[in-house]
Design a protein around this ligand. Structure first.
Ligand code: FES
Length: 136
């Protein structure tokens, strides 16, 4: 192989690699992934969440927290802060949800108590039976 031909082949290979390394991530970003489990209900045992505690779960690729509120029962809320998307956590000592990024606080209904967020945390429907909680 001539030197010139080798150089052309190498440049073509590098160009193709650079193009693929740009186009593939861009296409993955623009086209949402499909999942056969999407919108499938998720069931957890009530015993896993005693009163005054919470359980963090992933439901259809969304982080949620299921809280067993003392005297008010179960609620499922998105953990994605409505300010800039950090994950909120359950503060069992103060009965609220706290965002670690900008000190946003939400009550156990998902409503904003303080901080920069202006919208409540989205709530997910629950079906509650004698032993189980079904989300979705
Ligand atoms: S991201 Fe939660 S308060 Fe800013």
């Amino acid at each position: 192989m001539e030197r010139r031909q080798l150089l052309k082949t190498s440049l073509a290979f590098l160009g193709t690699t650079a193009l693929v390394s740009f186009v593939y991530p861009a296409s993955r970003f623009l086209v949402p992934p499909t999942s056969s489990a999407k919108d499938a209900p998720l069931t957890i045992d009530k015993d896993e969440i005693p009163p005054g505690t919470a359980k963090e779960i992933i439901f259809n690729e969304t982080p949620l927290v299921v809280i067993n509120r003392k005297g008010s029962g179960f609620i499922a809320l998105s953990r994605i802060c409505t300010h800039l998307g950090c994950l909120v956590g359950y503060d069992k000592f103060n009965d609220k949800l706290v965002c670690p990024c900008h000190a946003g606080d939400f009550d156990l209904e998902g409503k904003v108590l303080s901080g920069p967020a202006t919208k409540p945390l989205p709530r997910y429907p629950l079906k509650i039976t004698a032993d189980q909680i079904t989300i979705g």
